[in-house]
Design a protein around this ligand. Structure first.
Ligand SMILES: Nc1ncnc2c1ncn2[C@@H]1O[C@H](COP(=O)(O)OP(=O)(O)O)[C@@H](O)[C@H]1O
Ligand SMILES: [Mg+2]
Length: 222
């Protein structure tokens, strides 16, 4: 699957200064190709998360377009966009987003439950947990897990629907070096199996597994 952004822009209103706006992402063109891992690095506040959230269908751009598998993401209805997002875009959000009331396995199954599948693919979810080294923790609650384990859980959940795209926001933040390696290897493997993968990070570690490294500075990508 390909994600194609054209003149993608986000302005935020600046509440402190009348009608002034902050351009978090200046008009940006970006193509994410199947089988390819792109890393966007840049300081905190440079616009990385804003860019990723627009590509993921979660933040409406001020201007410009995002095409996902040939569909104009923000021309879809809210419902169509949610569905496309849930089924075709694996998102690893910044921070920890596991639901505390569900087990680790149930958290991985969430995208299938959201889709309304009568029989959520428990065997596939268990296989993914095995892949990310969490098989032994399937029945635990997320609050029993370490930071590295939670990040791996988020990756397993993002891969459940076999998405054509994987978008990860600071996936290695706060992890020890061993877990950084595990997480980067999982992202690389997703690209090698054909997904388009985007990693945004203020750290340099992901550069090693990247096919392409871009830099974001003050909302401009280069
Ligand atoms: N919801 C928002 N409202 C107003 N300003 C925002 C909002 N989200 C982010 N910003 C601002 O946009 C800029 C880019 O933020 P962000 O995309 O989170 O950067 P990064 O992920 O690179 O740290 C920052 O100056 C931030 O303060
Ligand atoms: Mg960010």
């Amino acid at each position: 699957m390909t994600i194609r952004a054209r003149a993608l822009t986000k302005d935020y209103p600046r509440s402190s200064r009348g009608g002034a706006v902050l351009t978090a992402v200046a008009p940006t063109d970006l193509d994410l190709a199947p089988g390819s891992l792109t890393v966007v690095t840049g300081r905190s506040g440079s616009g990385k998360s804003t860019l990723l959230m627009m590509l993921a269908g979660l933040l409406t751009p001020t201007a410009g377009t995002v095409e996902v598998a040939g569909q104009d993401l923000y021309a879809l209805t809210e419902q169509e966009r949610s569905r496309l997002r849930n089924e075709r875009i694996g998102l690893v959000p910044q921070g920890h987003t596991a639901l505390r009331s569900l087990s680790v396995l149930e958290n991985v199954l969430l995208p299938a439950v959201i889709r309304g599948e009568a029989e959520p693919p428990a065997a596939r979810a268990a296989g993914l947990l095995e892949d990310v080294g969490l098989a032994g923790l399937a029945a635990e609650r997320p609050q029993e897990l370490s930071g590295g384990e939670l990040r791996r859980l988020a990756i397993a959940r993002a891969l459940l629907m076999e998405p054509g795209a994987l978008l990860a926001d600071e996936p290695t933040a706060g992890l020890d070096s061993e877990n950084v390696e595990v997480v980067l290897a999982l992202l690389r493997r997703a690209a090698d199996s054909g997904a388009c993968v985007l990693v945004v990070t203020h750290e340099a570690e992901a550069d090693r597994v990247a096919d392409r490294v871009l830099t974001m500075d003050g909302g401009r990508l280069s």
